[in-house]
Design a protein around this ligand. Sequence first.
Ligand code: F6R
Length: 259
Amino acid sequence: MEVVIRNHEHQCGATAADIVADAITSGAATLGLATGSSPLSVYRELIRRHRKEGLSFAGAQAFLLDEYVGLPPSHPQSYAHVIRTEFTDHIDIDSERVHSPNGVANDIFAAAEEYDALIRDSGPVDVQLLGIGGNGHIGFNEPGSSLRSRTRVKTLTEQTRRDNARFFAGIDEVPRHVITQGLGTICDARHLVLIATGGHKAEAIAAAVEGPLTASCPASVLQLHPHVTVVVDEAAAGQLKNADFYRYALKYKPPQQKY
Ligand code: F6R
């Protein structure tokens, strides 16, 4: 695991965008996309590079991490809609190849299994972008999620619903259930890139990176993955005990070594 500490959010975005752009230009075609606030700086930077530098996503496909149960893709807060407005409508990816779980399927349990099979059959995901919840969730794998879980229906904690109420008219509008890629599904990706900014993420980042491997902090599963980059600003790095070593390792990183 490599921990990259940057001064500002836009620098975090640029670092994660470097990783995605490198993958895309070297032929990797499958992206894993997160929603929420954390990856927005990455998407802004990738859109800029597409417009100004000709970075093309024409051959790419993408898989979203999760979706709210009960929200159709036309709903402004469905993740299928959010990813279009924040990112994929502004680049040249084929919209038919941007996949998300079907939160309005008649059988949401079967839809979750089908989504997992689709990723398995058309993957693996080359670069998976991740955010982290204040309680250590990735995707919508709340504390207690099996570290080997597959895509399935999950219940959100009240804390996560409160956190996400800012995107809705109020907490009552936030669905209680989601379909989320499991921790095992996420870990099938070749390269995991976790982005976190702000002091409210510091405790979760410290638990994920330096705490014990435990389902109580689902993001700690990253410690088992062979290729992880954690990109944080100073505030989100605030509780990392080994922060000085991460800075040192980055400063002396062999120039030919990629993220
Ligand atoms: C969203 C997702 C979640 C978020 C997390 C952090 O697709 O998978 O794990 O990444 O809840 O959300 P923000 O970035 O809004 O703080």
